[in-house]
Design a protein around this ligand. Structure first.
Ligand SMILES: Nc1ncnc2c1ncn2[C@@H]1O[C@H](COP(=O)(O)OP(=O)(O)OP(=O)(O)O)[C@@H](O)[C@H]1O
Ligand SMILES: [Mg+2]
Length: 660
């Protein structure tokens, strides 16, 4: 509905009252329907109406636009607004026109009609939005100078002023040219507005725009109506599925006042960028949410980009270091926001130099509202990543001997430099196993050979199996029990990974179902010695390994499911007879190649390196067919409690969270 503009003379009889609060509130009510100004708006309006430069720092959605829209209505003439995004300008111009306020935006493709108005004796336009690129053109500058000479230019407002600073997260080189404005039009007040400006950005903006003794207004960055939450991709089954279910429940996307949720599916490069983007939510001040999906891989990728970005720009090596150091330090604030356990809101505000008490948050972030759950996620994240780290260096003990360096075999438990192989909570609670790991960690310092370490583990395993059958174990509720359902879902997960590998590699001649069971069983076997957390980490690393390995490695590992040699073999003997002609039951039938046979002999030679005295006492590792039969015979009297995997636990907690 077009509204006739309130004639300025109705508000006040002469020039001096034009800056009075009463007159300005009347304008606000008449044109925008708001009852009063928000923090700092009135001071900024009164400053520029009195001819003073002003630097105004307000949170996203704080009402910065009002600081130049009201002055455009308070006295005849034009307010020039420099804005970086045409979409934002179009939005604002349309909204103003709907209120009957004469606003236009100029771009290189604009019609001549606006130009005629600007050149006329009495321009009707009150707010003229332009891009910084247009300011840089000689044609526009001459037009602006003429408007100024005829006394029609009242104010220059620079919106998103942080773009002028290379220290800022949104540097726009064209913004640097705005410094000419003050030189060409020194008597026109300049209003610089931004929602994110660290102290150095603030200094940079004031200097670059040559502001003269500006009034500096800073309101709190806090956005009390935004609930901040982080979800951990490494702990989610399917982050995309989680995101789509979240988005389905929150409506549709730009510059709208009523955006209820802003989701970041990747970690932003700086806190400033994150604050700006998450600030698109809830500009109507009503409750809304900022949800960030954090993945360790995303973090590593961004670190790589920021580290190498500096070298791409045509800068001298020292300034390259400078800028990549700055970007990495900005990024580290985002990492701390995601990986730290403290209040999210506090981290945001402190990154902008605003010290606030933790009570400010009033549980409007997940870390304050559900500290235990967030702490649990972070703990799981650490375990999963540590295990993944281990596995990304480790070799599988029974893989081909090509993995040995200087004759030393790599194995899953021991080859990560000198730090202890596994923290104690990864090892089941049998004292002997823990003792074994402790002595392992000690033994690592004396760099004992792999065989000695295998002996230690065998002893621990032997004690473990013996204890397992003892009475005291029988009725002890095994807190590490893994339910059949969980194992089934693990198999499904491994099967999906194998099928994706098939799509990726194309030439896998394996039996998918059986292979998934074999791989799951490998993880399950280790779980017996190391505890449930380790089972999860083994599964996660196996899935990751499947997604990155090649067809040969994958087939080799599957083919290693061949049943182990009979334990009675004398030590270090190599079987005389030819290796068995039958291939692993997991491989599709295909002619046996010499490579297969070689592989067989290297596996057999490694597995026979375990001395018979130990292996004879241990129950043989069930062959695949024994394992399958035993599984079939495994009736439902298994005493394992239904373990809620962190994911199940998480999902149900998640649902609880969401309901709340
Ligand atoms: N005094 C006020 N009272 C109520 N609402 C206001 C007031 N001033 C502005 N608003 C409304 O607040 C919303 C955000 O205003 P505006 O777009 O100016 O914020 P901003 O500071 O520019 O945000 P951003 O940093 O995201 O650009 C708009 O819908 C605007 O109409
Ligand atoms: Mg704005």
């Amino acid at each position: 509905m077009k509204k006739s503009p309130l004639p300025v003379q109705n508000i006040c009889s002469n020039e001096k009252k034009i800056t009075g609060k009463e007159a300005l509130v009347k304008l606000l009510r008449w044109h925008f329907g708001y009852s009063d100004f928000r923090a700092k708006q009135l001071e900024a309006i009164q400053a520029v109406l009195s001819g003073r430069d002003c630097f105004c720092l307000m949170p996203t959605g704080g009402g910065k636009s009002m600081c130049y829209q009201i002055p455009a209505l308070a006295k005849p003439g034009i307010v020039l607004v420099v804005s970086p995004l045409i979409a934002l300008m179009e939005n604002q111009v349309m909204a103003l026109k709907e209120k009957g306020i004469a606003a236009e935006f100029l771009s290189s493709t604009q019609t001549s009609q606006i130009h005629e108005d600007l050149d006329s004796g009495k321009p009707s336009v009150r707010l003229l939005y332009v891009t910084p690129e247009l300011i840089a053109t000689a044609g526009f500058m001459s037009k602006l100078t003429k408007i100024h000479a005829r006394g029609f230019l009242n104010l220059i407002a620079i919106d998103e002023a942080h773009c002028i600073s290379s220290w800022g997260h949104d540097f726009r080189p064209s913004y640097r040219k705005l410094s000419t404005l003050k030189n060409r039009l020194p008597d026109i007040p300049t209003l610089a507005l931004t929602a994110t400006a660290s102290p150095e950005v603030q200094r940079d903006v004031i200097e670059s725009l040559c502001l003269q003794d500006p009034l500096i207004l800073k309101s709190s960055f806090n956005r009390p109506n935004i609930y901040y939450e982080v979800r951990y991709k490494d702990l989610l089954d399917d982050a995309y599925a989680d995101l789509s279910s979240v988005l389905k429940s929150s409506g549709d996307g730009i510059d709208r006042k009523d955006v209820r949720m802003v989701c970041h599916f990747n970690i932003p490069k700086s806190m400033e960028a994150f604050y700006q983007e998450s600030g698109r939510a809830g500009r109507d001040q009503l409750p809304c949410k900022s949800l960030l999906y954090y993945g360790v891989d995303d973090r590593k990728r961004m670190e790589f980009i920021l580290r190498t970005a500096g070298s791409k720009k045509s800068q001298t090596s020292s300034s390259q270091d400078e800028s990549s150091k700055k970007s990495l330090s900005d990024f580290s604030q985002m990492v701390e926001y995601c990986e730290g356990s403290g209040c999210r809101r506090k981290k945001i505000l402190e990154s902008f130099g605003e010290q606030v008490p933790a009570s400010l948050c009033k549980k409007s972030c997940d870390a304050c509202k559900h500290p235990n759950i967030v702490a649990k996620y972070l703990e799981e994240l650490t375990t999963t990543c540590a295990a993944r780290q281990r596995n990304s260096f480790s070799r599988i003990f029974i893989s081909s001997s090509t993995n040995s360096i200087d004759g030393e075999q790599f194995s899953e438990f021991w080859n990560h430099g000198d730090e202890a192989s596994a923290s104690e909570e990864d090892i089941s609670d049998s004292d002997d196993a823990t003792e074994a790991v402790k002595s392992l960690a000690r033994s690592k310092s004396i760099k004992s050979g792999v065989n000695e370490r295998i002996d230690i583990l065998q002893r621990a395993e032997e004690n473990y199996y013996q204890n397992k059958n003892s009475k005291k174990q029988a009725n002890k509720l095994d807190k590490n029990a893994i339910s059949e359902t969980l194992r089934e879902s693990t198999k499904q997960r491994l099967l999906n990974a194998l099928k994706q590998a098939q799509e990726r590699l194309g030439n896998l001649s394996i039996k998918f179902e059986e292979s998934a069971s074999f791989l799951e069983n490998e993880c399950f076997k280790k779980y017996g010695k190391s505890g449930k957390t380790f089972y999860f980490s083994q599964v996660a690393s196996t899935v990751r390994w499947i997604s990155t390995t090649n067809a040969t490695e994958l087939t080799n590992r599957i083919s290693s499911s061949t049943p182990p040699p009979p334990p009675s073999l004398p030590e270090n003997s190599v079987p005389k007879e030819e290796p068995p002609k039958t291939l692993s039951p997991l491989l599709e039938k295909k002619p046996i190649t010499t490579a297969d046979l070689e592989l067989h002999s290297s596996i057999r030679s490694e597995t026979t390196s375990i001395s018979p005295s130990q292996s004879a006492k241990l129950p043989g590792i069930p062959s695949f067919s024994e394992f399958v039969n035993r599984k079939k015979g495994r009736d439902d009297n298994s005493h394992a409690s239904l373990a809620r995997s962190p994911k199940t636990l998480k999902n149900s907690t998640e649902k609880k969270l969401r309901l709340e």
